[in-house]
Design a binder for this molecule. Structure first.
Ligand code: FAD
Length: 459
């Protein structure tokens, strides 16, 4: 703390020197909830902090003018310290707020390598960030970690028209084959385009679910199927859930209220307990349409489906909005408690009904929607403001319920800061301990996305 010039000499705001400072007001800016640190996770003034609360700041170095000079040399004009520009990267989709003072926007693997090599040698913590749409507090720093954004890494490196593979630099996470830069700056190239390769351990898989704690993904390969010639979307109202739903996206009746009220999206069919969105993509429009209509006819005759509508072209987006904008609609209720659960398909909705019964009228909404085909339920509960008593009723109930039925407490959103300490509900102690060993091996100083993914007893 005394070794380096104070942050004010950098023309940037001062930071809490250690630990967790109580939330203080800063001048609110548009899009900001106007608090100084990760208040959302801090547990407020409650005597026992929630397992989601941030742990104490670890003794990482603080950024100095010399550090900024180094970064500016590698990525001139892309080393950002302007608080107004930084703000968008310091606030995530759920309005978790962090207080980083440096945003780096590399464009190449080589730049990422140089940055990480330097940060590792200087013991500077780094928070990798892509689109910043994560929902578990993983993409924004907890304290003053440097934000390493891949937003400018958006180049197509090449396209192989035979295999249909695109190689890209990587602002996205949804792909399988990649180049990573390790914490010390070494570049690990797994960008093989082979479908089959059994030569030793498949190291790229290690990085799936690692949330930027093991390395920074800088390039990916995406396998692209041919663009379908015909797309049909059906929006159906179901009177019951059955195994046929496994191929469908779904939302329940309770989701319609916020969609109608807050986003003015009207239900295009009659009121039903459940709705499913199905999409067909094929090469023969007439054939595909015929097939879909035949399916609908059969489903309605057998009373599995009460009502439905089918769209092509322009109306497709409108139908998909009813599923895709549920998350957004719920934010207008006030505060949303979000759970992203994997369950055996036959259990998938039982959690919603049990939670409703458990909470009674204490919640504004308890809704279920998600990717039923993957056994993935998004259970969302809302209240007008964040309510610690309500939260205490939801957690650990939701996690215990999920563990009882061998589910996963995070199907696709990862663990981030918010859920790191709940990992034991879904993973055996030995598995978690091995994750800790891997982290120590690949990032011995722990500079990569600290406080995230792994539980506090391993950090
Ligand atoms: C409205 C809405 C709908 C959503 N629907 C879905 C859905 O259907 N399915 C789904 O899976 N998710 C969904 N999500 C969650 C989220 O958007 C996805 O998980 C998304 O893939 C996160 O990507 P991102 O680039 O925004 O990552 P970020 O939020 O920026 O980061 C997520 C995590 O990855 C790390 N990270 C980012 N970039 C890198 C990198 N290059 N190398 C290493 N680590 C990195 C970050 O440090 C962080 O821990 C939804 C979110 C919203 C807001």
């Amino acid at each position: 703390l005394t070794k380096y010039p104070s942050p004010s000499t950098l023309g940037i705001r001062s930071l809490p020197s250690h630990g967790w400072s109580p939330p203080q007001k800063v001048t609110p800016r548009p899009g900001s909830c106007g608090v100084r640190c990760r208040e959302l996770h801090a547990g407020g003034e409650r005597p026992t902090p929630s397992p989601a609360a941030a742990p104490e700041r670890r003794p990482f170095s603080r950024v100095t003018p010399e550090d900024l000079a180094f970064f500016s040399k590698i990525i001139p004009d892309r080393t950002i310290t302007d608080p107004d520009i930084l703000e968008a990267s310091n606030v995530d989709w759920l309005k978790s707020v962090s207080f980083s003072e440096v945003l780096l926007r590399p464009q190449t693997t080589e730049e990422v390598s140089q940055i990480l090599g330097y940060c590792n040698s200087r013991n500077l913590a780094v928070s990798p960030q892509g689109g910043n749409t994560g929902l578990v507090g993983g993409s924004v720093p907890v304290y003053d970690e440097i934000i390493l954004s891949t937003a400018l890494m958006n180049n197509v490196l090449n396209f192989d028209s035979v295999s249909g593979q695109y190689r890209l630099t990587a602002p996205i996470l949804c792909v399988c084959i990649c180049v990573k830069v390790l914490a010390d700056g070494r570049v690990l190239d797994c960008l093989a385009t082979l479908r089959k390769d059994n030569t030793g351990y498949d190291l790229k898989q290690l990085f799936i679910g690692s949330e930027g704690t093991l390395g920074v993904i800088t390039a990916v390969t995406i396998l692209c199927p041919r663009k379908p010639k015909a797309i049909n979307v059906g929006f159906l109202g179901r009177c019951m859930l059955g195994e046929i739903l496994s191929a469908f996206e779904f939302l329940d009746r309770e989701c319609m209220r916020p969609l109608n009220t807050h986003l003015k999206l009207a239900n295009p069919i009659t009121d039903c307990p459940f709705y499913v969105v199905i999409e067909t993509s094929g090469s023969n429009p007439t054939h595909d349409e015929e097939k879909l209509h035949q399916f609908l006819e059969e489903a309605m005759t057998s009373s599995q489906v009460i009502d439905g509508t089918v769209a092509t072209e322009a109306k497709i987006k409108a139908l998909w909005s009813l599923r895709e904008r549920v998350t957004e609609a719920l934010t207008h209720d006030g505060f949303t408690y979000k759970y992203d659960i994997s369950l055996p398909v036959e259990r998938i909705y039982q959690l919603v009904t049990d939670m409703r019964e458990h909470l009674g009228d204490r919640a504004k909404s308890v809704v279920g929607y998600g990717h039923v085909g993957d056994g993935n339920l998004h259970l969302n509960i809302t209240s007008p403001t964040k309510d610690p008593d309500l939260l205490a009723s939801i957690e650990p109930f939701v996690y215990e319920w999920t563990a009882r039925f061998q589910g996963s407490i995070s199907a696709e959103h990862c663990l981030g800061l918010k859920k790191r300490n709940y990992i034991y509900y879904s993973k055996a102690s030995l598995a978690v301990a091995l994750m800790g060993n891997i982290k120590t091996m690949l990032d011995p100083k722990g500079i990569l996305n600290p406080y995230k993914t792994l539980p506090d007893d391993l950090q």
